[in-house]
Design a protein around this ligand. Structure first.
Ligand code: SIN
Ligand code: FE2
Length: 216
């Protein structure tokens, strides 16, 4: 089991299984956080956060950008991965080694060796922003897990079953927590309830989520 003490006088936070091949690695990204935030600013300086339109014509409440060889996008024509940012007409910024390594280490800690992410979706939630229940299924192959890093304000993450109507677990995700799901849990429905609560000391009134995938 992965454990990490945040402070010497604090008990380590135990990992929290969400399924046979799904787990919350509590505070796993904490040691990297100071270095992660400037990486996110650098990515957004090249490919800014923007609110995209779904195929159904709704503007998402979550603003997003990407780094890596492939970036997840949506417009009226559908969801897809693309090598070029539709906003800038240029490739997405490269995935910083720090991010790639963090994702690989988290995957391995959850039991998935050999994870090599080629896409990192960066989601930005402001108060009220939410993500409805969905499956991550735009990737070529479901053999690789999803690695999801939470930063900033706490989220109420929903983790459901393989069918949309199945009950969901509600999981509080804090700054530095990492969720990994793969294998038999790879296509579990998940979502995020509307963001609410107190401003975060480092990030203010926002939550940033990094979702790493092997997309191509
Ligand atoms: C996602 O499903 O793409 C993001 C999940 C999250 O923000 O925690
Ligand atoms: Fe997702």
């Amino acid at each position: 089991m992965h454990t990490l003490a945040l402070f010497d006088d604090e008990a380590p936070l135990p990992d929290q299984p969400l399924g046979p091949q799904a787990v919350v690695l509590r505070a796993f990204a904490r040691p990297q956080v100071d270095a992660l935030l400037p990486c996110i600013d650098a990515i957004a300086a090249v490919s800014p956060f923007r609110r995209m339109v779904t195929p159904g014509g709704f503007t998402m409440s979550v603003a997003l950008t990407n780094c890596g060889a492939l970036g997840w996008t949506t417009d009226r024509r559908g969801y897809r991965y693309a090598a070029v940012d539709p906003l800038t007409g240029r490739p997405w910024p490269a995935m910083p080694e720090l991010l790639s390594r963090l994702a690989q280490d988290a995957a391995e800690a959850a039991g998935f060796v050999g994870f090599r992410p080629d896409a990192c979706l960066v989601n930005r939630y402001e108060p009220g922003a939410r993500l409805t229940l969905h499956q991550d299924k735009d990737e070529q192959d479901y053999g690789a897990p999803i690695v999801s890093v939470s930063l900033g304000m706490a989220a109420r993450f929903l983790f459901g079953g393989l069918e949309r109507a199945q009950p969901t677990q509600k999981v509080a995700l804090q700054h530095g927590d990492v969720v990994v799901w793969g294998g038999s849990d790879r296509l579990r429905y998940h979502g995020v309830m509307p963001l609410q609560g107190d401003a975060h000391p480092l990030l203010g009134l926002q939550r940033i989520n990094l979702t790493f995938r092997q997309a191509g």
